[in-house]
Ligand binder design. Sequence first.
Ligand code: GLV
Ligand code: MN
Ligand code: MN
Length: 448
Amino acid sequence: MILLAPNLYRLSPGLQPLWFLEDGKLAEMGAGNAVHDASLGKEIVRRINELGAISEDPEKLTRIYLSKELRTAAELILGWMREAGMSAHLDAVGNVCGRYEGERPGAACLMLGSHYDTVRDAGKWDGPLGVITAISCVADLNRRGKRLPFAVEVIGFADEEGVRFASTLLGSRAVAGTFDESVLNTRDRDGVSMRDALVTFGLDPDHIGAAARARRELLAYLELHIEQGPVLEAASLPVGVVTAIAGATRLAARLTGMAGHAGTVPMALRRDALTGAAECIGAIEQFCRTDESGLVGTVGYIQARPGATNVIPGEVSFTIDMRAPTDMHRKRAVADIVRQIEAIAKRRQLSLQLDVTHENRTAPCAPWLKEQIAQAIAAEGFAAFELPSGAGHDGMAMIDIADVGMIFVRCRGGISHHPDEHVELADADAGARVLLRVVENFRPREDR
Ligand code: GLV
Ligand code: MN
Ligand code: MN
């Protein structure tokens, strides 16, 4: 068992431990032994597979913002929402939105959600699990004819991953009223602007503002998501309470040197943009590896131009994604790395353009929501284990208009952003039962 930075993980206060430390390892004392038929889990897994088949590539799952596959997926999800007793519509930015009225029509809502876009060559669970589970919970309420003193809304955000337009959380930012309209002019890798892509999708780029919701309409925002890491598996627990969503900074770098003949230009006279980028990438890895507080840095995309075997690369673009447990730590690390990249570019006589494409502060989960989630987990017979999220989530944007709570569900091997991403049916079911319990027992913040 490996528990990284154990001070970040703990049992919620006031709860009986269901595990204990033995020889530095977590040992289970028994968990989750209630008898149930896993009917929620079965429905969720069936729908995960159905949605996971909607992809631009038949060999792998890729569903990016404003693609025709995203539109097909939206129609499927809207249908499930209506079947679950909700009114449902596509909003101005492409989010799928369902509403299950409370005892009194028009009441403020508890909003449940996640995203339905994917990375390239994705797993089926990252995002869809939260949307599908929320719909199954509402369907369960509806089957029992149960109305709550508040409305329950389910939202599937259309762009969380930011794969297409180098800007993340577009769906949740539009709902939070913080959508930056200047991104409408950004273009994807094929040169299509977001403005044009919205029109093709059937939306009006001049009316994105209509997706915004007011703080008074929301009692809280709750998201269930796969953990995307190995901690719950190591703790032998199917679910966990998220403490905070780690902030992130993303940059786009472009190095320009001089393209030339691969056979004639002596090594000492080259201004090779790709070897310069390689040195930068190595420096980022080295910097993060020697940091001991959980700093992570990734170069996930690189393009060399003109891109021929016998031509020295004259221009290289690459991305940088930096995350750390605290904002201060991440900002300091980004500043250090920028200094190193500038020095490498100068020494190699390359010109450098470096733009921050995304900056998201750490989003703490609200203590009152963590407590309600921990109580629901304990009532299902599991230890309420707290852990932070290293991955980004829509809650980072939603925190501008609502308190945020998150439930993590264990995934196999901690694998995510990879086709091997997997959640066991029993864990999907456990997550759904916890979410349903949180919803049914939900108590708004006292000042509401
Ligand atoms: C979203 O998946 C992210 O954390 O990059
Ligand atoms: Mn993701
Ligand atoms: Mn996700």
